[in-house]
Design a protein. Structure first.
Length: 260
């Protein structure tokens, strides 16, 4: 009897020890102990900043001294005479960069997937900020060939080059409108001829309905002068994917009209 009890006890202990044993690693480490962490690689993040004047023409001289910073890190680089910048010895990660220069609109290089182990290149553009502003703006309902529009008209100082104006449309039911992503639902870029002073844009009423307006709403507008290359100094607000333009005149002019 004692021998049987001893055998039963030994068998039970064997089962317990077997159940506590860690499983062998399966395919690609799906079970068992995790494998060793991958190596942390370092490398260089480089880029070129293109500059544009108020007419949208590319500038090829005096490209040094743009400030390029990695958001949230305190790391800063400066462009050289060729407009190039370098961050050396960066580790693997995702980086957002901000590019600034006095007299120019700010720009961003966002969501750079940096693997390290070599050189990664990201280029961007900046545009000069206008020194003039829109001087007047009006908006009113009109009908063209039986189609309803809101016509936006304004005046700017004359310039010896084609200049651009950007008109923002506010959010339905909201009086506030400006270039900030929270206070605009759409925008229109209008070119003004060399030495011209007037601009206008006929916006179909259907555009406002697509934005969520109804016939009981009033549409509010804000107009700014803007750098001639509108692809420069613009980036997406990642929270809502709206385009943010930063090479804008310092003052907006406002107008409003009923949606018919």
């Amino acid at each position: 009897m004692k021998t049987k009890l001893t055998l039963i006890s030994a068998l039970a202990l064997s089962i317990i020890l077997t159940s506590c044993k860690k499983p062998d690693a399966g395919p690609q480490g799906t079970t068992g102990d995790p494998g060793p962490a991958g190596p942390v690689l370092t490398g260089n993040l480089k880029g070129f900043v293109s500059h544009y004047d108020l007419s949208g023409t590319k500038i090829t001289t005096n490209l040094a001294s743009d400030t390029v910073s990695i958001d949230g890190s305190g790391q800063v680089a400066y462009t050289d005479a060729n407009g190039e910048f370098t961050f050396s010895g960066l580790t693997t990660g995702v980086y957002n960069l901000t590019v600034k220069r006095g007299g120019y609109g700010t720009n961003k290089i966002q969501s750079v997937q940096f693997t390290g182990g070599g050189d990664t290149y990201r280029n961007t553009n900046i545009s000069k900020t206008p020194t003039t502003n829109v001087t007047s703006l009006m908006a009113y309902d009109t009908v063209i060939s039986t189609v309803n529009y809101i016509r936006v008209r304004g005046v700017v100082p004359a310039t010896p080059y084609v200049q651009s104006v950007i008109v923002y449309v506010g959010n339905p039911g909201n009086v506030a409108v400006n270039s900030g992503s929270a206070n605009q639902s759409n925008f229109y870029v209008i070119n003004v001829a060399v030495n011209g002073t007037g601009f206008n844009k006929n916006i179909p009423t259907a555009d406002f309905y697509d934005l969520g307006y109804t016939s009981t709403n009033t549409a509010y507008f804000a107009a700014y002068t803007i750098g001639g290359n509108t692809n420069a100094s613009s980036y997406a607000d990642l929270s809502n994917n709206k385009t943010i333009f930063t090479a804008l005149g310092s003052t907006a002019v406002l107008a409003n009209a009923p949606v018919q």
